[in-house]
Design a binder for this molecule. Structure first.
Ligand SMILES: Nc1ncnc2c1ncn2[C@@H]1O[C@H](COP(=O)(O)OP(=O)(O)OP(=O)(O)O)[C@@H](O)[C@H]1O
Ligand SMILES: O=C(O)c1ccc[n+]([C@@H]2O[C@H](COP(=O)([O-])O)[C@@H](O)[C@H]2O)c1
Length: 214
């Protein structure tokens, strides 16, 4: 059975935040929200799940090995954060199946799925999104310009009754799903798109991509 092996094995009872993403490239915004997620949701650790590819994004990302290497370099010195290629190893692409595989492989571990507010706005387009909410608490972190879209999102309206207030955020890992919580953390206006546009990361389709600068 495939397991997460990032930064040591997981133990039952631990609270683990999972930040899924393309990380094309990973950046300071990812570290920033991970740090706030540790505090606000009272997590033991945050693990980045570096995705083989977002099923909703038409453009393929840079090779997984390059993104994973850059993520690990960025997280060096953060003892409670690590990056994993679990999805590639387990052969799961959709988050619903990734979470099912993780719950099976790590019984007793309290997982929280983490996302920026932009992802909440389109969460209802994810494969079996209601199943995700039914199995795993979700922690949403503020992102510049996304508050209104997140608030008005289909998921937040349909699952209004399952929302924990920001003041109760530390209860999220132990809450029975469906449960989700939006936290207003200080915001960092940084994105992978901006870094790619600024030429600070080789595009996936560049034939002789130079070494990454992260
Ligand atoms: N600056 C940020 N503030 C809040 N959340 C963020 C920020 N950057 C990334 N995230 C969140 O981290 C997760 C992974 O993001 P991803 O790897 O797609 O980075 P991105 O900067 O959003 O990339 P892109 O610009 O290519 O869409 C997503 O849930 C996203 O919402
Ligand atoms: O399962 C889905 O249908 C689905 C659709 C869109 C995005 N996701 C996941 O959302 C996470 C964030 O993706 P991204 O590309 O915005 O970094 C990443 O783990 C993706 O696999 C998942």
């Amino acid at each position: 059975m495939t397991r997460i092996e990032a930064g040591g094995s997981l133990r039952p009872g631990q609270t683990i935040g999972l930040l899924g993403g393309s990380f094309d490239p990973p950046h300071a915004g990812h570290v920033h929200i991970s740090r706030h997620a540790l505090i606000r949701f009272g997590l033991d650790r945050v693990i980045w799940l570096v995705s083989p590819g977002n099923p909703l994004k038409p453009r393929p990302p840079a090779p997984l090995a390059r993104r994973l290497e850059a993520a690990r370099a960025l997280l060096a010195g953060h003892p409670r954060m690590a990056a994993s290629d679990f999805e590639a190893r387990s052969g799961t692409l959709y988050t619903a199946e990734t979470l099912e595989a993780l719950h099976r492989a790590h019984p007793g571990v309290r997982f929280v799925w983490l996302m920026g507010a932009d992802n909440l706005a389109q969460f209802h387009r994810w494969e079996r999104w209601r199943d995700i909410l039914a199995t795993t608490p979700i922690g949403v972190l503020a992102r510049p310009g996304q508050r209104i879209a997140a608030r008005a999102s289909v998921a937040s309206r349909v699952f209004r009754a399952a929302r924990l207030s920001g003041r109760a955020s530390r209860l999220l890992p132990l809450a029975a799903p469906p449960a989700w919580c939006y936290v207003n953390v200080p915001m960092r206006d940084i994105s992978s798109t901006a870094l790619r546009d600024a030429g600070q990361w080789p595009r996936a389709d560049a034939p002789d991509a130079p070494a990454a600068k992260t």
